[in-house]
Design a protein around this ligand. Structure first.
Ligand code: CTP
Ligand code: ZN
Length: 161
């Protein structure tokens, strides 16, 4: 609630949609990018950067009107912004609030960096699978070949850099 005071001066509440709150300061644009939201979709988007937070010092917030992230979107958010909370808004009320969490097994979202990995062979119906080794700092290990991904590798992949 205290968090809210400064933010209210900048952006109003939304009627329906999603508020991604408690994003690490500086990562709001990264979150929008991995969700593939560019502003040309037609729905309203509000971005607050470096808002005051009692819990985090500074945080970013993204408000998306009439947009509801899917399961894989939430996993992607967790991978780049592990402190984020997802608030679902209906008729101005927060009807659902959840803390994102990187799952212990991530299937089909990321690509193994090893070109000879079975998950990379063309024609093989093998979906990529990564096991969570460490949350902080983020480290994932390919289930098939043991290759590892760092936080940096993950954000690069998710933003297509
Ligand atoms: N929010 C919004 N529009 C609404 C309702 C809420 O933009 N109609 C935003 C609030 O501004 C806040 C977030 O959604 O950034 C979560 O709302 P709420 O749960 O009411 O705030 P807090 O209790 O401060 O949340 P937390 O305990 O997660 O910090
Ligand atoms: Zn592999």
């Amino acid at each position: 609630m205290e968090d809210d005071k400064g933010e209210k001066l900048l952006v109003s509440k939304i009627r329906d949609g999603t508020v991604i709150d408690h994003i690490p300061a500086g990562k709001a644009l990264l979150v929008l990018r991995i969700l593939n939201i560019r502003g040309s979709e037609g729905f309203r988007v509000a971005i607050v950067m470096n808002a005051d937070s009692t819990r985090m010092g500074r945080k970013d917030i993204v408000k998306l009107e009439n947009f509801y992230p899917k399961f894989d979107d939430i996993t992607k958010i967790a991978l780049v912004a592990p402190t984020a909370t997802i608030n679902t808004i209906r008729d101005y009320e927060v009807v659902q609030k959840g803390q994102v969490e990187v799952p212990k097994l991530i299937e089909g979202i990321l690509r193994c960096p090893n070109p000879t990995c079975i998950s990379r062979k063309s024609g093989e119906p093998v979906t990529s699978k990564f096991i969570l080794v460490s949350r902080q700092p983020l480290r994932l290990r390919c289930y098939y070949c043991g290759s590892e991904l760092t936080e940096d590798d993950v954000s690069k992949q998710l933003t297509g850099e």
